[in-house]
Design a protein around this ligand. Sequence first.
Ligand SMILES: [Zn+2]
Ligand SMILES: [Zn+2]
Length: 249
Amino acid sequence: MKIEILGCSGAVTRGLNTTSILVDGSLLIDAGSVSSELSEDSIIDIRNILITHSHIDHIKELPFIVDALFCRKIKGVTVWGSEATLDILKRHVFNGLIWPEINDLYVEGGFLELKTIPREGFVHENIKVQAFPVNHIKGSVGYILSENNKSVIFSGDVGYDKTLFDFVESFGDSLAALFIEVSFPDEMDHLANVSHHLTPELLAKGLEGIVSSSTKVIAYHIKPKYLDTVVAQLSPRFDYIKGGEVFEF
Ligand SMILES: [Zn+2]
Ligand SMILES: [Zn+2]
């Protein structure tokens, strides 16, 4: 699978944008930077949109994706997320005040469907997509994409949680890559803990001895203000991304 990092920062500043990861040109993880990074011709190729949680850095361009689909009369796109996340989107974004109500324009016209991701997941082209709950805000999930007996995990925003690291360990050698958030430097561990984010030290502690040497560990969602510090503190075993990178797994 081809993975393009459209954006992956924990905030917006010139040259760094928030989380959106495009898979094989048609599957999107989070909607933090889509219309600001892709042409409308590319946006309308997206068929499934996976939302990890409702924080604005993960959804801010969803209204403009919806707008592009509507204007170009592209039908059959699905937005997936937990029940709580989709409910928040309907009540607080697509509510007729911030953006048109989702039921008025989009669902009834068949442009868009909001679906709670089922426990067994769903299949996008050849990729099996599944969600797992994570420790961040209500309704937060990470996603697992699996193809040809290999999996890639996207943690979404997540705080330190042994359950997550046990889950990661259970994949063994089949885990090709783990994209995992690291938002703050080590000296801000108090803020990281109360806001349910990771630091380089917490990541190293959680992953110590559990990931296969064949698994690529990629830190993302670094707050731009702390980018250099976080990168300096990251274990050399781990990679990091800033946006614009392309991977093939
Ligand atoms: Zn968040
Ligand atoms: Zn975030």
